[in-house]
Write a protein that binds this ligand. Structure first.
Ligand code: CA
Length: 496
């Protein structure tokens, strides 16, 4: 009887708050995407998080409560976390190169927290000691003078031992990247023959570790349409074993969305590969908040024919939705997902609105934090490894205006895009966990799938009892209602 009363109380609560509306000033409007792939990856790279926290940063949810960044992301529809791994981003005195100082130990710390909230992982091996991109693919210091055969052994060992460490803390690796932005090279190898040996070494290590993990390759510059397509041909010609053909897509530089879909379609149709956007981002303002110039500002990268959106919360959300849609438009459901790049790399000390003296003091303090904790894109210590770029232009975050969190750490309205693309931006129908507009048996099923393997549900709709968790209790409440309490259920639109 007590139990029944508890349920009745719960349902009364339901009656009082059957739908949740957002205050209009806090709202971005996003049309739902009909995902061909029901487990579409709505991912985010947050590799800098530990260094930010060490620098004093904390993150806050929409209620302005301090909370683990990983929980905030999980609660708001992000379902996969990307973590970069450098072999040894430290000088011989132990000073970090910056960019989060992301060695495997840092990756393990993030993985452990992601596991707590059932967030899956993409492990992004750079096979370098610092940033690897189209212009830089320097081998780790320790591998510098090795033969190719010795280097491939090192790639295998490092890949396997890193994945073992992540597994040991409960991290669920869904995907591994063999190299980062390897458009022109990988791990200090630049010929097609030698690059193939590195790819094969990384790939075989992942397969030996766990056959269920998807293997991704990652390129850039999809606007070089024919060249990027030829990389898919190359991988096939060299019989490289992989599952996901992926690219970065930054609309400032990387062509149109229709061209993006075309490039991805090529790998999907000709070689049966899954495809993905590994990195994208968009500025929600042209202002800076940490004293280090941003990649996108009123002086740079803010105009161009493919910048279709305002620099606003709405524009930031629209860009991500559009990129997700372009990936979803790939034929045969081969579009696997999209990762937003460093959506939480905010300021370690807000410089907004400060007078000249206060600004310069705050900036000096920020510089100390970037140097000590590696929370800027590069520290001065990186010059021994990358003297021409990081060693000259080191400093703070160049993307604090592309984050989903303000300089105060609070979640921005644009963060809701991750939920809205799946469930729409309308009022939340309590009980409609799968977002199909009805409360029915499917909702109990997806809640069970969510509990067992982290399947995406609309958490705000699924949390029937309002305890801020999606548990079996919520599924049971929906089920009980369906069977016995049909008439009393206040939020029913279409029970069947
Ligand atoms: Ca900045």
């Amino acid at each position: 009887m007590k139990k029944l009363i508890a349920i009745l109380i719960s349902l009364t609560i339901v009656l009082g708050f059957s739908t949740t509306a957002f205050a209009s000033s806090e709202k971005v409007n996003i049309e739902k995407i009909e995902f061909k792939n029901p487990d579409f990856i709505k991912g985010m790279d947050i590799s800098s998080v530990i260094s930010l926290e060490n620098s004093g940063v904390s993150f806050k949810n929409f209620n302005n409560e301090k909370e683990d960044l990983l929980k905030i992301l999980s609660d708001n529809g992000v379902n996969c976390i990307r973590i970069r791994v450098w072999n040894n981003p430290f000088d011989k005195d132990g000073n970090g190169y910056g960019g989060g100082n992301n060695d495997i130990d840092i990756a393990v710390k993030i993985a452990e927290r992601a596991a707590k909230y059932k967030l899956k992982l993409l492990i992004d091996f750079h096979y370098s000691d610092f940033w690897a991109d189209p212009a830089k693919q320097k081998a780790p210091k320790e591998w510098e003078n090795l033969t190719l055969a010795q280097k491939t052994e090192k790639v295998k060992e490092f890949t396997k031992s890193s994945l073992e460490k992540i597994k040991a803390v409960g991290g669920e690796v869904a995907m591994v990247q063999i190299g980062n932005e390897t458009t022109n090279g990988i791990a200090g190898e630049y010929s097609k023959d030698n690059m193939a040996e590195i790819y094969k070494a990384g790939s075989s290590a992942v397969r030996e570790f766990n056959k269920d993990i998807k293997i991704a390759v990652h390129f850039t510059n999809p606007e070089n349409t024919e060249y990027i397509k030829s990389l898919a041909d190359y991988l096939n010609d060299y019989k490289i074993d992989y599952d996901v053909f992926s690219t970065s897509y930054y609309p400032y530089w990387h062509g149109s969305l229709s061209n993006l879909t075309e490039v991805l379609n090529y790998a999907a149709k000709n070689y049966g590969k899954y495809v993905m956007v590994t990195e994208t981002s968009y500025a929600n303002t042209l202002d800076d908040t940490d004293g280090h110039a941003n990649t996108v500002s009123q002086w740079s990268n803010c105009t161009g024919e493919n910048l279709l959106w305002d620099f606003s919360y709405q524009g930031q959300a629209d860009e991500l939705r559009a990129v997700m849609s372009a990936v979803n438009n790939v034929d045969n459901g081969k579009g696997l997902g999209v990762f937003y790049w460093e959506g939480a790399w905010i300021s370690v000390g807000d410089t907004t609105g400060l007078g000249v003296k206060a600004y310069s003091e705050r900036l000096e303090n920020n510089k100390k934090l970037w140097e000590e904790f590696g929370s800027g894109w590069a520290s001065s210590y990186s010059k021994e490894f990358d003297p021409d770029d990081a060693g000259k232009y080191f400093g703070g975050s160049a993307v604090d205006n592309q984050a989903f969190f303000g300089a105060d750490g609070k979640a921005l309205p644009s963060l809701r895009v991750f939920d809205f693309v799946s469930f729409g931006d309308g009022e939340i129908l309590l009980g409609d966990a799968d977002g199909n507009g009805k409360v029915n048996i499917l909702d109990t099923t997806v809640i069970q799938k969510h509990i067992s393997d982290g399947y995406s549900v609309n958490k705000k709709a699924a949390d029937i009892d309002g305890d801020k968790l999606v548990t079996i209790k919520d599924a049971t409440l929906i089920q009980k209602y369906r069977v016995k309490m049909k008439v009393d259920y206040p939020i029913n639109t279409d029970v069947n």
